[in-house]
Design a protein around this ligand. Structure first.
Ligand code: ADP
Ligand code: MG
Length: 574
């Protein structure tokens, strides 16, 4: 019920189309209902038998039928065209809402959900929605008019014969209701299985270079086969339900004809019904059976559509964890003082704390370096500043303002991040650099590329800045990609900078080049550097050693060496 109520809300913008669609649907069924009546009046005239009477009746009947069928055809055009478009628009609205919502969901959501399922929800789950959105109410309406209408005529023609038919219809409704509940679960399961297939496919394709380099195609094939087979198993349960539903309903229809013939014959034999009325009966049952068939198909369409809609709701009803506070203010005119006060953090409630009581201060324009074993929480410390996650204890301030009291957009606009993994979007080099500032002019882009030491390389390409980088930048080397990502940050020109092992994945030669660009980038910005090579951070204003969820040592390079602790030990080893 909850699902249906939510679903109905999506009709709101299309009310006029929706109601007019129903009016057209009603006209279509009224014309069908009228035909036997016209036939009846014609047969009456026929039985009356005078040729002149018959001929004079033909003209008005022709006119009436022609008018009726023209109206019916026009209505059908509206229903098939505008009705379908209404469904397609609703589907578009939902897809837009889902996409917008995906963009808002926090990192923690993406930690727990895989992108294959998410894609499946956006693409295939919403696919059946428009069909149901449009045909659902319309078919229901047409069918109800036809069923109720023909039943009224059946009762008028002979109420005795109508009674057992009514009993059969009631039985059929109970049967359908019961079957429907079973079908719903199987359709939902189908959706999940398709989502699994999407996930598998996406995982394999994203990692295809790893797959081929390990020659592990067999393993991937096996995993994919499993998802594919599971889908078949799920379909099997689904079609079994549908089979018994469809065949059950067909059997009920047969029983209606049987009852009509046998009981009708019995009534005629006992003089309780006229033979001509039995023929009328058969006509009206024809009108009455077809909407039942439509309702049966509608049930399938509804379960398909609604199961997709339910999966859609699962997402849009998940609130993003990190949102603007109601009284959030813009962060403007940033100096760049950063302060962590007693910051504690754990990723989820049942995980052990990753950070406890971490405190440090970076005056505007100064730099600190974080060092420590892998997994000690360095990246985590950095993720808290742009609020990819919120601290679970303590506060983080920029210019003395708690980051949770600032708007997310203005906060993130002030922070530039260069990471080990560079993500380049499918597109040209120019577009990828401009990602740092979409309004940038070509001069600004070139300027940024020069500062990142990548301009000469770009110029050497046949298409220059318009060269296509391929999906995820597959056509560039690691160092080139990294320099493009540095150009992006130059263009963004943020007062606060995070360099998270920006050179770790590079060879010595590229590293030296990039180190130069990074130093230039860091000049006059508040910078947090995580480096795997200690030589690159010697000049930091302060070095923090992260170990055991805490800052174990802090000071300048020489002070830490003199201390003879963890840092000194690292330094000796490197
Ligand atoms: P570092 O950057 O120092 O290598 P991280 O900050 O990446 O370390 O990780 C610190 C700890 O937090 C590790 O134990 C890691 O397993 C855990 N961790 C990191 N990211 C997540 C996440 N998204 N969800 C849950 N745990 C995480
Ligand atoms: Mg890290």
């Amino acid at each position: 019920m909850h699902t249906l109520k939510k679903f109905i809300q999506y009709y709101a913008p299309y009310k006029p189309v929706f109601y007019f669609d129903l009016v057209c649907a009603a006209m279509i069924s009224l014309v069908d209902l009228a035909f036997p009546q016209i036939l009846r009046s014609l047969t009456k005239t026929l039985f009356a038998g005078e040729a002149s009477q018959i001929l004079s009746a033909l003209l008005p009947i022709t006119a009436a039928l022609l008018l009726m069928y023209i109206i019916q055809a026009l209505c059908k055009y509206y229903v098939s065209y505008q009705g379908h478009m209404m469904g397609a628009r609703m589907e578009r609205d939902m897809r837009k809402q889902l996409f917008d919502h995906y963009e808002k969901l926090s990192f923690s959501y993406y930690d727990q959900n895989n992108s294959g399922q998410m894609m499946s929800k956006l693409v295939s789950d919403l696919f059946d929605i428009s069909e149901f959105a449009h045909h659902g109410p319309e078919n229901l309406f047409i069918s109800l008019i036809k069923i109720v209408g023909s039943f009224i005529f059946l009762f008028l023609i002979n109420w005795l014969l109508a009674l057992p038919l009514l009993a059969l219809v009631v039985l059929m409704i109970f049967f359908s209701y019961h079957q429907n509940r079973r079908m719903r679960a199987t359709f939902m399961d189908n959706r999940r299985k398709i989502g699994d297939i999407n996930s598998r496919l996406q995982d394999t394709l994203s990692g295809i270079r790893v797959v081929q380099s390990f020659a592990n195609e067999d393993i991937e094939r096996e995993k994919f086969r499993e998802s594919n087979e599971n889908f078949l198993i799920s379909k099997n349960a689904n079609y079994r339900c549908m089979g018994s539903f469809m065949s059950g309903n067909l059997f009920f229809q047969g029983m209606m004809y049987l009852v009509t013939l046998v009981f009708g014959g019995w009534l005629i034999a006992h003089g309780k019904m006229e033979a001509a009325d039995l023929a009328m009966y058969a006509l009206y049952i024809g009108i009455f059976i077809s909407p039942i068939q439509i309702l049966v198909e509608l049930t399938e369409m509804m379960q398909k559509g609604l199961s997709g809609f339910r999966r859609f709701l699962e997402v849009v009803e998940t609130d993003p964890e990190i949102v603007n506070a109601p009284d959030a203010v813009e962060l403007t005119n940033v100096k760049g003082d950063v302060e962590y006060q007693n910051v504690s953090f754990h990723y989820s409630d049942d995980d052990a704390p990753v950070l406890s009581n971490v405190s440090f201060k970076i005056p505007a324009g100064k730099s600190i370096a974080l060092v420590g074993p892998s997994g000690s929480g360095k990246t985590t410390i950095c993720s808290l500043l742009p609020r990819f996650y919120d601290v679970t204890g303590g506060t983080i301030c920029i210019d003395g303002k708690d980051v949770r009291k600032l708007t997310l957009e203005s906060l993130r606009n002030q922070i530039g991040i260069v990471q080990q993994d560079v993500y380049l979007f499918c597109g040209t080099i120019r577009e990828n650099i401009a990602y740092g500032k979409p309004s940038a002019t070509m001069e600004e882009i070139v300027e940024a590329a020069k500062k990142a030491n990548i301009h000469d390389f770009i110029e050497s390409l046949p298409d220059g800045y318009d060269s296509f980088v391929g999906e995820r930048g597959t056509r560039l080397s690691g160092g080139q990609k990294q320099r493009i990502s540095i150009a992006r940050v130059f263009l963004k020109n943020p007062p606060v900078l995070i360099l998270d092992e920006a050179t770790s994945a590079l060879d010595n030669e590229s590293e030296r080049w990039i180190q130069k660009s990074l130093e230039e980038l860091a000049a006059n910005r508040t910078t947090i550097t995580i480096a795997h090579r200690l030589s690159t951070i010697r000049n930091s204003d302060e070095i923090l050693v992260v170990a055991n969820n805490q800052i174990a040592e802090r000071g300048k390079h020489e002070e830490l060496l003199a201390l003879g602790g963890i840092y000194a030990h690292y330094y000796e080893m490197s």
